[in-house]
Each structure stands twice: as C-alpha cells, then as structure tokens.
Design a protein around this ligand. Structure first.
Ligand code: TYM
Length: 352
C-alpha cells in the first residue's frame, strides 16, 4: 500500500508568522559530561537574555527508551535540573520543567507518529548506533524517539533549538514533520520550521582518549570524558592524561587537519574561554602540549569547578530544584495546552 496522505501543495505554503521561541532539552539518563556542557548547557545560559522566551526541559520520557532504574530516575531528573540552575539558568527567566509533567508531549507525539513515515525513521543514524546489532530487542520507543523530540519542539512552536551537532538529523526530521502536518491538514504556517542553533567550537566535543570518537557517557573509559560530577583534581588529571601528539601546536586551524586530538583540545579551550580556535592558536601556536595542557587544565577547572560545586550543593537539598521544576511545569502546561487543543481540532478529534 502506498502513502495515502495528501500530496504536497504548490505553491509554497505561507511562512510561520508567530513569535521567536527557544527550546531545548537533555535526557535524564545520568552522567552529564563536558560535551553536554559546551554543546548545550552553556549555550542555554547564553540564550536566556535574547528577549525570546526560553524553554528548557529534562527529557525523562526520552530517557526510558532504554532501561532506567525507577529508583534512580527522579534523582537523574533532579540532576539535570541542578545542572541547568548551576550553569546559570534563572527560573524567573527560563521555563525549566520535566517533560513527563506536561502530558501534551505524549499526546502530540502520538499524532506525529501518524504523520512521520517509516522510511524517515529508518534513516535515523542515532537509532542504528543505539540499537546496535540487536535491533529487534530495542524498545519501540527508541525507534520513535525522534518523533517525540519533534513533539517536544513543536508543542511550544519553538523557532530555535540550541543543540550539539549529533542532533542535526533529529532537527531535520522535526522540520519534515512540521511541513507534512501543515500540508496534510491544510494548516499552512501552523507549525514553524525550527532552526537548529549549532554554533561555535563546542558543538562536537570528542573523547579525551580518541579524537575521532564523540565524548559520550556510554564510553567505557571514564578517562575519555570530564563528568559534571568530577572534582577539580579529577578534571585536571584527566586533561593531563588526555591523548595528544608529539608536535607543537600550529599557527592556523588548517594546521590541525589530521591531528584529531590536538583539534579537540584546541576546540575545548576555545569553547571554555568563549573565543575561536584561531584566537587560541594565535596564543599557543608553536608551543607543545607540555605547556598547553596545564593551561587547559587550569581553564577547565576554573570554568567547571563552580558549576560542579553548585550542582552538588543543589543535589544535597533538592527542595530548590523541585520548586523550580514545579513552577516551570505549570508555565509549560499553560503554553502547551492551547497548542495541543488546536492540533486536536485540526486533526478532527471530537470536541465535546
Ligand atoms: P542528549 O541528552 O544526548 O544530549 C544533550 C545535549 O548535549 C549535546 N551533546 C554534545 N555536544 C557536544 N559534544 C558532545 N560530545 C555532545 N554530546 C551530547 C547534544 O547534542 C544535546 O544538545 N535528543 C536530545 C534530547 C532532546 C531534545 C529534545 C533536544 C529531547 N527532546 C528537543 C532538543 C529539543 C538528546 O539526546 O540529547
């Protein structure tokens, strides 16, 4: 049987005319690392004063697409929220909430499951990576994970989504779902085409042990990543042990080609100090890792230690975290409900 949904209409549908809204999330699956900090957390904080409302949630529904111990999931959710607060998000400015506290995420995800095509999901590289050799043993949720992500974004009619590079394909799928929904239901401009914000040197932080592998919580070697729970001594030790090479640093970014570990350490330095790789090389070009690594370790410790210390303080007494999440959940529901109500009307569900 072929696709029975309406064919795309020409000419191009009118563009979305709603206000700017920024949204992003991090999974509640434990163990945040430097990649999450530079690719996401730090960016969120920078985006809370742009004048556009910022929604930042803890993706606990995404987390359970792989097994999560129920005894730990609440703590993991609080840990991500603690990281948001510790990184500088202000609950008075940003709406911080747990995804599962807003039922409309699940409602919209179901409708989008009926909009997205199997062929689109079959192309998702993250499912292939995460399901590994035993696809048939993965949860159905892991397969439709990007559809729930599209619902997270479009439920708030978000126009900008700050993420690391690994989320690019999911953002493309979100745009396809938005366009197909608008087209199929004759609702031009109902959902926006959200723009991924993937900018700066920290969008793809690599492993400290292998410059060709992404820094990831699933890497068996703890030395491969800096965790947001590491103390100052551990952070410094991991940077000193990071894989590098025997050459001095080049003067130009092109000179880093073919030197993945050097490229990664320079990018980390640039992202932590809010500068460019060019500027880092202008300062350190010609120097070896013997002098660069201690500088990088010092920078990592001074930038990260206050964040990790604040996370530990918040986690020791979660009342403050819970207050922020409760306020955020209430605010998120207020924004989400009218959108999902409208979607249900557009789809033709009984209105009562
Ligand atoms: P998650 O929880 O895997 O990662 C959270 C964020 O961290 C970024 N990131 C990295 N950035 C740079 N270098 C790395 N090594 C690195 N590793 C991770 C990710 O790109 C991400 O921005 N599917 C999302 C969560 C999500 C979401 C959403 C995001 C659910 N719904 C809606 C945006 C909008 C995820 O798995 O992120």
């Amino acid at each position: 049987m072929t696709d029975q949904t309406p064919a795309p209409v020409a000419p191009a549908a009118p563009a979305y005319a709603g206000p700017r809204r920024i949204l992003s999330g991090i999974q509640a699956s434990g163990a945040l690392h430097l990649g999450n900090y530079l690719g996401a957390l730090k960016r969120f904080t920078e985006l809370q004063d742009t004048g556009a409302p910022l929604f930042v949630f803890v993706a606990d529904m995404h987390a359970i697409t792989v097994w999560q111990d129920p005894e730990k999931l609440t703590a993991q959710t609080r840990e991500i929220a603690a990281a948001y607060l510790a990184a500088g998000l202000d609950p008075a400015k940003a709406t911080i909430f747990p995804q599962s506290a807003v039922p409309a995420h699940a409602e919209l995800a179901w409708i989008f499951n009926c909009v997205a095509r199997l062929g689109w999901l079959d192309r998702m590289t993250q499912f292939k990576e995460k399901s590994g050799k035993h696809k048939e043993r993965s949860s159905v949720g892991l397969y439709t994970y990007p559809v729930l992500q599209a619902a997270d974004i479009l439920l708030y009619k978000a126009t900008e989504v700050p993420v690391g590079e690994d989320q690019k394909q999911h953002l493309e799928l979100t745009r396809d779902i938005a366009a197909k929904f608008n087209n199929d239901f004759g609702a031009p401009g109902f959902f926006p085409q959200p723009e991924p914000l993937i900018q700066g040197p920290g969008t793809r932080v690599m492993s400290l042990r292998d410059g060709s592998a992404k820094m990831s919580k699933s890497d068996p070697s703890d030395l491969s990543r800096i965790n947001l729970t590491d103390d100052a001594d551990t952070i410094a030790a991991k940077i000193k042990k990071a894989k590098s090479d025997m050459d001095v640093l080049p003067d130009t970014v092109e000179g880093l080609d073919g030197r993945p570990e050097a490229k990664n350490l320079v990018a980390i330095y640039a992202a932590l100090s809010d500068t460019t790789r060019e500027a880092v090389l202008a300062e350190f070009g010609g120097q070896g890792f013997g002098s660069f690594k201690p500088k990088l370790a010092e920078l990592a410790v001074t930038s990260m230690a206050p964040v990790t210390a604040e996370m530990r303080r918040l986690m020791a007494d979660p009342a403050e975290i819970d207050r922020a999440l409760a306020v955020g959940a209430e605010r998120a529901r207020e924004v989400a409900q009218p959108v999902v109500d409208e979607v249900k009307k557009i789809v033709g569900f009984w209105q009562g």
